[in-house]
Design a protein around this ligand. Structure first.
Ligand SMILES: Cc1ncc(COP(=O)(O)O)c(C=O)c1O
Length: 378
């Protein structure tokens, strides 16, 4: 059966007459239509970029640059959000009837899917990844069975590379969900995709083929721009239009859009690739150092290491992954050693695990030294 967007999107959203302003029709001349301040921004030093004016609601120039980078056919395939976190919320909001519909997630996974579901009063169906041996892959048959058993699921969130798994889902498994006949949306969160150094990376180009696919990316990770809050959704134009109709009219501010445009220029991209290589290099060095740690207590590094962090087990005296010790290490690192990592031991398949973001060479050296100190104490 062909995918029918009208079956996924809530009727009130389909019927929405989006907010319109005079500038949708007329954008030049003496602009006395939007109750802006004609005298200008109240800043001590003049800034570039007409900050007294409302921003472009769609930021087409940013999208034109993304288009070249991500090999997607048209600017109509892009939605820009206040981080991918806004996209997650919007996707749930446009598709899930509160108190009735649900999302499906595959733990261990990014926490905001469930948080946004709860905010929108949508249920959460969980179908854990195959966590044996730190594989962190979809159990496709179980996902499909779960979708059949829960017809109210409107959105499946797949995270690839996953957080906290650092592992790309196989393209075959993503394709299997897309082609399963599931009538809802399949969101593939690719926040960390630029750190993948093998062929099974982004599925963004698949949006041409699959109308039920929405790929999320962000400038927060590989581009090092978490501060500007710019998330990206890539999908077919009718789905993107729904997101545009529903968002706040001027969600992305002018300074964020200007910085995004610079980051997506040729010089910006060169810098991104440079940092990306350096981070991958540091990731490999960090893994090597953890794998041959000078004191006992470091276990396996789990997952595929496809992102800018590693997931490592802390062991007890019996060489078993241990949450109690891991949490102590986490706390001591933060409270006495000035190094903050993330304890993830309570996630399925992550017993005893700390998630360590790859830092600069100096930061990684300090982390390793202080981790060694802490492991001799706790
Ligand atoms: C998997 C995943 N998706 C999305 C986000 C949020 O990204 P953004 O900064 O674009 O909101 C994160 C941030 O940690 C993440 O790990």
């Amino acid at each position: 059966m062909p995918f029918d967007l009208t079956k996924v999107i809530r009727p009130n959203i389909l019927a929405l007459a989006p907010y319109r302003c005079a500038r949708d029709d007329y954008s030049s001349g003496i602009l006395l239509d939007a109750n802006e301040n004609a005298y200008g921004p109240s800043l001590p030093v003049e800034q570039e970029g007409s900050l007294n004016r409302y921003p472009d609601p769609y930021h087409v120039k940013v999208k034109e640059r993304l288009l070249q980078l991500r090999k997607v056919p048209s600017v109509a395939n892009f939605f820009l959000g206040v981080g991918s976190d806004e996209v997650i919320d919007l996707v749930i909001r446009v598709s899930c009837v509160p108190g009735k519909d649900k999302i499906l997630i595959t733990p261990p996974t990014y926490g905001m899917y469930s948080v946004c579901a709860q905010i929108n009063d949508a249920g959460v169906v969980k179908c854990n990844l195959d966590v044996e041996e730190g594989r962190f892959q979809l159990k496709v048959d179980e996902v499909l069975a779960s979708l059949k058993a829960n017809p109210d699921v409107k959105v499946v969130f797949l995270c690839s590379p996953g957080n906290p798994t650092g592992t790309c889902l196989t393209h075959d498994s993503i394709r299997a969900v897309l082609e399963s006949g599931f009538e809802g949306l399949v969101v593939v969160d690719e926040a960390y995709v630029d750190f993948v150094d093998h062929a099974e990376g982004s599925v963004a180009s698949w949006v041409e083929k699959y109308p039920n696919l929405l790929v999320m990316q962000t400038l927060s990770k590989s581009f090092g721009l978490a501060g500007i809050r710019l998330g990206i959704a890539i999908g077919q134009p009718d789905l993107i239009q729904i997101l545009n109709n529903t968002k706040a009219p001027y969600n992305i501010g002018t300074p964020s859009a200007q910085i995004a445009q610079e980051a997506l220029s040729e010089a910006g991209l060169q810098k991104m690739y440079e940092y990306r290589s350096a981070l991958i290099d540091q990731r490999n060095k960090l893994i090597d150092s953890l794998a041959s740690f000078p004191v006992p207590g470091i276990g396996r590094i789990l997952g595929g290491n496809d992102a800018n962090f590693v997931l490592v087990q802390i062991l007890n005296a019996e060489n078993q992954p241990c949450n109690e010790r891991s949490e102590k290490v986490y706390k001591l690192l933060a409270e006495s050693k000035d190094v903050v990592v993330r304890f993830r031991g309570k996630e399925p398949g992550c017993t005893g695990c700390l998630r360590i973001t790859v830092g600069t060479p100096e930061e990684n050296a300090t982390l390793l030294a202080r981790l060694q100190e802490v492991l001799t104490i706790v």
